[in-house]
Design a protein. Structure first.
Length: 367
């Protein structure tokens, strides 16, 4: 297919379902397929994955006939698509984006954007004059309790925000195809692979430029008895990460991945000079507390049962897909652009450097 053919955008009316191709049908791809089935205006048309069992899972999950490919490039050449979701392993994102971004396709790439800042910077540069949307899959923004917390902060309930604390206490990393997620060289490291979600939330909530990062963490419990090709996994399973912002706000991440016996997997607490806002997931609860009079209100956040059952992220994938489709229809830019994706990766890399050196890391040193 010629460059001209590749750059000719498929025309569609406002009522046509957007034809979506999926690259990667592992755990996150599976979740995207289940949520695409709930969207009236997104049609899952084609799948590319080099792993036969993953393609089989995608085929069975789709429940309708889809085109299947072993090679993503072949799918992009052969299929008439409007959008692509990239849900392949982290270390493949850079090469896939290199191939996708010269085509007039709207792109949703799962987090992290890439595993290195060098690759992130190349992607950012490729998107400067790109007309189609390039969206980074920071879906935690779209969990309904988180969205309510952000709305309350924007509405001024807490007053002048001064402190933000995010706790993620959960189970260890699950096994994935060829055990790719057991090594930093493939994932970018735990604080990039997993925690870019939380650094993105910090940046969204604080709405200031992050300046420096200080972290302490280790691999104390998980995967120490595993070996792959004679190697023991090197991924962190716990950490504290503090991020300081230009306006003086401090944000803290408390990560523990051997805490299965937790009432909630995510807890967020935003505190300002007028009050405090907390949210709890999967309890699906927001708590509003005012300093004056010490008044507190508990606000249960309802999420549609079908949406909850379609994934593992409290409805976030459904609502992110919805926002992605709406942005395409309305000609808007991405809610989470590649610059935001790069910034979250940079904080994760800085945190890992801080753990290794025992010193704070200025984010400007990573530019």
């Amino acid at each position: 297919m010629s460059t001209t053919d590749r750059l000719e955008k498929r025309a569609f009316s406002s009522t046509d379902p957007l034809r979506v191709g999926l690259i990667g049908s592992g755990m996150m791809g599976f979740e995207h397929i289940r949520n695409l089935a709930l969207q009236d205006d997104l049609h899952f048309a084609a799948l590319a994955d080099p792993n036969p069992p993953s393609r089989k899972l995608g085929r069975k999950t789709a429940k309708h006939r889809i085109a299947e490919y072993e090679d993503a490039g072949e799918m992009l050449d052969q299929e008439s698509l409007d959008a692509v979701i990239i849900a392949s392993p982290n270390f493949t994102h850079a090469a896939i984006l290199d191939e996708v971004l010269d085509r007039p396709l709207h792109v949703l790439v799962e987090k992290p954007l890439c595993t290195t800042l060098e690759d992130c910077d190349r992607v950012v540069a490729a998107c400067v004059d790109r007309a189609a949307i390039t969206w980074v899959g920071m879906e935690y923004r779209y969990m309904p309790p988180v969205a309510r917390l952000v709305a309350e902060i924007r509405g001024g309930f807490a007053g002048n925000l001064r402190m933000l604390a995010i706790r993620e206490h959960r189970f260890p990393f699950l096994k994935k195809v060829n055990d790719w997620n057991r090594f930093n060289r493939n994932t970018g490291g735990t604080l990039v692979e997993k925690c870019c979600h939380f650094f993105d939330l910090m940046n969204l909530i604080v709405d200031q430029e992050p300046l420096r990062v200080f972290a302490s963490g280790a691999q104390d419990v998980n995967h120490l008895d595993e070996t792959y090709g004679g190697e023991t996994p090197d991924i962190l399973d716990n950490a504290y990460v503090m991020v300081e912002y230009e306006g003086g706000v401090r944000a803290l991440l408390d990560l523990c991945m051997f805490a299965e016996a937790s009432r909630n997997e995510q807890e967020i607490c935003a505190t300002g000079d007028r009050g405090k806002i907390e949210c709890f997931i999967p309890e699906s609860l927001v708590v509003l507390g005012e300093r004056k009079g010490r008044a507190m209100e508990e606000v249960p956040i309802e999420v549609d049962k079908d949406v909850l059952e379609a994934g593992f992220h409290h409805g976030a994938t459904y609502y992110q897909q919805r926002a992605f489709a709406d942005a395409i229809r309305e000609g808007r830019s991405a809610d989470v652009d590649v610059q935001a994706g790069r910034k979250a990766v940079a904080i994760g890399i800085a945190a890992q450097q801080s753990i290794e050196t025992g010193n704070p890391v200025e984010l400007s040193s990573l530019a």
